[in-house]
Design a protein. Sequence first.
Length: 256
Amino acid sequence: MCSSDLLRLALAHHALGQHREAVVAAGTGMGAAPELAKSAALWNMMGLSYRALGETQNALQSFEKAAEVDPKATEPLLNAAAITVRNLGFTKTVDLLDEVLKRDPDNYWAKVTRPVAVRRATPDPAKVKEALASLDELAGKTDRVEAHYNRCVIAQAVLTANKAEVKRALEACTQSLKAAQAKKAPSVAELQKRVKGLDQTVQFMPDDEAPKATQRLNTLNEKLKLDDKLEEKTLEGEEGPTGEQHSEDEIGRAHV
């Protein structure tokens, strides 16, 4: 059996959901045809199959190997980031997404997810606000829900120092709500709560009442139970065809 046949066999097992067989076929193929070890597509597929089997470390190693053998590939890095962000490995996620952006500076999902990871990875307010600024820029160029949603969530969490900052958060969340309503996204009801809470805070907040404003926002976030969980929209890691774009209502997909 030639190398192309072995590759097709492994991919066929994977497509059928036979993930153990796919991994075995890929490994056997690499042993019989060493040139397959240079196939980023095969390593990426192995990562997806390992992930489906719950073997996270093997999946990450396979995705990193795929990115190594193809210096231009971004899909394996995004797939690895989908794992690390869900396992709260935010520093690693930032590193992976930085590499994606080196290879593809306009990658939408890297731009959407990186600020989420930065916010969770560092206590440095300056770095978080820098990440928020990148979402401000992205939201100005797209009407996609994820960018606007993440901008609202992070803005509400970090723009609390004074009335002017809270107004900025309100503006971000209002724009996010409009984007979600236009797409009939599931996040509409939640965003309406965020906008209402921020609007009330601004209305009853004297210009010199920054400390109380912060306390009020913290109380609001606790009441809504929205600030202490990973609620931002990030790469999720559902499998999809090569190059498939994610619909605005989805958190994200892996690439194969």
